[in-house]
Design a protein around this ligand. Structure first.
Ligand SMILES: Cc1cc2nc3c(=O)[nH]c(=O)nc-3n(C[C@H](O)[C@H](O)[C@H](O)COP(=O)(O)OP(=O)(O)OC[C@H]3O[C@@H](n4cnc5c(N)ncnc54)[C@H](O)[C@@H]3O)c2cc1C
Length: 239
């Protein structure tokens, strides 16, 4: 693993609360490689905070992060303060064993909750650097439609890749009076669309509770357990 102090090249709001941060990797980091889907740690005074890398490995010299505040979290307060004031961030990378080098054969389901989309963006942009030749479905579960800060980009991926399909799902439609799309919990949306999961590969980004509940339900629907990957399996193993 490598540790670098990076210049913050830019920060902008993607919606009301989530910020995109572009870091310039310093000279001498040319040998740095990561795989699509891996994450990094931001080094705080007394802690390391994980964030998925949103950019694909093909983008050299920079990494993109999407950072959303976590209510009630002291670490999040420290991160937000850094983003308001700092000109550099110290990071260590690459981390994580949930990544994609080559598209798996057959149908791929990418399922993200909230900022779990960050990891999927890196994976999709990596796969789209070639041709997306296998059916690939991105399910993105959020609380309110205002959380769908990458929806336009997802629609663009859909336009140029006939094998790519984007399904946003809003869990609390009372927050989103204009929302006309799917509602409910994102794993339920997948189960409504796929009567049989025997032949699919699944990558899930979200909280441990959501990921393990999804694993159990998808296995009941025929998915071999080995066909699901998530960072959760290594950073929060089920006892
Ligand atoms: C592997 C990993 C990647 C993360 N990537 C991002 C990111 O791209 N953007 C962001 O705003 N926050 C991300 N987070 C959450 C972020 O690290 C914390 O919200 C932040 O550090 C505050 O820490 P906390 O422990 O107080 O928050 P907590 O409330 O404890 O948040 C940490 C929890 O949030 C969940 N989580 C939230 N977002 C993600 C995610 N994208 N992928 C996986 N798990 C997630 C994890 O289950 C973890 O247990 C990620 C967390 C992990 C473990």
């Amino acid at each position: 693993m490598n540790r670098f102090v990076c210049a913050i090249e830019s920060i902008d709001y993607l919606n009301h609360d989530t910020r995109r941060v572009i870091l310039s990797l310093p000279d001498g980091s040319a040998r740095l490689t990561f795989k699509a889907g891996q994450y990094l740690n931001v080094v705080l005074a007394e802690k390391l905070c994980p964030f998925s890398i949103a950019s694909p490995p093909e983008l050299k010299g920079k990494v993109e992060l999407h950072i959303k505040p976590t209510p009630g979290s002291d670490d999040s307060v420290e991160i937000e303060k850094l983003l308001d004031e700092a000109t550099t961030l110290e990071i260590e990378l690459p981390i994580g064993d949930c990544y994609v080098e080559q598209a798996p054969k057959g149908t791929l389901i990418l399922m993200a909750a909230s900022t779990g989309i960050t990891q999927m963006k890196s994976i999709i942009e990596h796969l789209a650097a070639d041709v997306i030749s296998e059916p690939t479905y991105l399910y993105w579960g959020v609380i309110a439609d205002s959380d769908l800060y990458l929806a336009q980009l997802c629609r663009e991926w859909e336009k140029v890749n006939q094998n790519f399909h984007f399904i946003p799902v809003v869990s609390e439609p009372n927050t989103s009076p204009d929302w006309q799309g799917r509602t409910g919990l994102v794993p339920d949306a997948v189960l409504e669309d796929f009567s049989n999961l025997e032949e699919v590969s699944v990558i899930v980004g979200g909280s441990p509770g959501m990921v393990y509940a999804t694993l159990d339900r998808f296995v009941e629907r025929g998915m071999p357990e080995k066909n699901m990957s998530s960072d959760v399996f290594s950073y929060a193993p089920r006892s």
